[in-house]
Design a protein around this ligand. Structure first.
Ligand code: GDP
Ligand code: IMO
Ligand code: MG
Length: 404
């Protein structure tokens, strides 16, 4: 039984909390893309954990961040000047570029010191150091020091590095519950996001499959996590952005500061154009809506239902980002509920206006909302259609429908 979990917006939707909830019933959790650019917060028994990558088991095919990647990430960003992307400086772009260029280092390489030495001799001495020195005029890296550092990682991590293909395939054959843990969000997707203001991986359902070696036919359900409003860290178009006091207020109440970099997140109303696009792009069959509690004080509340581009109504995020940047969001206005819902646990206890907002978001997005999150901790969760068991039934139905 395979569930893919993806972020439906620009990241930081609250995936960490939902993954923590769903992983209770999973026998295997796989991170199949991205890296330590991600920051996933899990609040458990009053303790807060901020995870970037959980080193529980490592595929020998996983690509490594090498010491030159963060250096080059930063240098490239500086060179872009005003057109910089606002990356996390973790080296993700350079590492993915090297993967595609076939000069990447994989976890399996750590277990082969002689091979590692030879490869460093080529990649570091012949490619990376000349770039550092001649292009950027910064100090080169010492291949022997890098070799010593990464060989030591190999010694420590060795027992956890495996070819995961047979392990995952066996789990599929047993119909074990496998959860694919997404990082980032669909609008940061390298192909379908707001290129070039994206990350360098594919945080979509498609990317989850290529990263894990799981075939599309094995997927039972794709769950999309959406925040009840929109946030974005870094640069690039965000049609519903609020740059006024209202935006500031939502940022403060929602504590919208980056988990990885501490940067203030840009904030705006829920963008149903983005949500509809994400649902279609990923085949989302179930939605987890997070941070609804944050909107408790706001009245009215707006939802973007379309964009006006040169007087024409557009119902999807256009690939041309300058058109997207200059398009005007069209809003629908709903009344707020002006009360705290942080202690609500059952759908019937939600204020009517909150219920209307949830229903409308589901309608506009095109997928049912199964989970509503009203606070960071595990118990601040409302199961809208009868709990985890019901989700499993939906999963089976979706899986069967697809196989037909
Ligand atoms: P992720 O990257 O998608 O895992 O999300 P982050 O962890 O970067 O950001 C989400 C933030 O919102 C974290 O600080 C969570 O603890 C918090 N959070 C998650 N769900 C809720 C919720 O329903 N209400 C509130 N108030 N906070 C939440
Ligand atoms: P989680 O998993 C939000 C953003 C960066 C930048 C762009 C490219 O916590 O949702 P990168 O370092 O990946 O090359 O930066 O992508 N970004 C994220 N934004 N949440 C994330 O992860 C992100 N990971 C990358 O801010 O705009
Ligand atoms: Mg995050």
């Amino acid at each position: 039984m395979v569930t893919i979990l993806v972020g439906g917006q620009w990241g930081d939707e609250g995936k960490g909390k939902i993954i923590d909830l769903l992983s209770e019933n999973a026998s295997m959790v796989i991170r199949s893309q991205g890296g330590n650019n991600a920051g996933h917060t899990v609040v458990n028994a009053g303790q807060e954990f901020r995870f970037h990558l959980i080193p529980s088991g490592i595929s020998d095919r996983a690509h490594l961040i090498m010491p030159w990647h963060p250096i080059l990430d930063k240098l490239e960003e500086e060179q872009r000047g005003d057109d910089r992307l606002g990356t996390t400086w973790r080296g993700i772009g350079p590492a993915y570029a090297d993967k595609i260029r076939r000069i990447g280092f994989r976890a399996g390489d750590l277990l082969k010191p002689r091979f590692l030495e030879k490869k460093l001799g080529f990649v570091l001495s012949k490619i990376k150091n000349p770039i550092l020195q001649e292009l950027y005029h910064v100090a080169p890296l010492d291949p022997q020091a890098v070799l010593a550092e990464y060989t030591a990682y190999g010694e420590r991590l060795g027992p956890h590095i495996k070819d995961i293909f047979p392990i995952v395939q066996d789990a599929l054959a047993r119909r074990d519950r496998v959860l694919l843990e997404g990082a980032q969000g669909s609008m940061l997707d390298l192909d379908f996001g707001t290129y070039p203001y994206v990350t360098s991986s594919s945080p979509t359902a498609g990317g989850a499959l290529t990263g894990s070696g799981i075939p599309p036919t094995a997927v039972d359900l794709t769950m999309g996590v959406f925040k009840a409003y929109t946030t974005r860290v870094g640069y690039g178009p965000m049609p519903t952005e609020l740059t006024d006091a209202l935006g500031e207020q939502i940022r403060e109440i929602g504590v919208e500061y980056g988990t990885t970099t501490g940067r203030p997140r840009r904030v705006g109303w829920f963008d149903a154009v983005v949500a509809r696009y994400s649902v279609a792009l990923n085949g989302i069959g179930s939605i987890a809506l997070t941070k609804l509690d944050v909107l408790g004080e706001f009245d009215p509340i707006r939802i973007c239902t379309g964009y006006l581009n040169k007087g024409e109504l557009v119902s999807f995020p256009m690939s041309n980002i300058s058109h997207l940047k200059h398009s005007e969001p069209v809003y629908e206005t709903l009344s707020g509920w002006r009360s705290s819902i942080a202690d609500v646990r059952r759908p019937e206890d939600l204020p009517k206006a909150a219920r209307r907002y949830i229903d409308r978001l589901g309608e506009l997005s095109g997928a049912p909302i199964d989970i509503v999150s009203v606070g960071p901790s595990r118990d601040q969760t409302i199961w809208m259609q009868g709990g985890p068991e019901n989700l499993a039934v939906r999963q089976q139905q979706e899986g069967r429908a697809r196989q037909r």
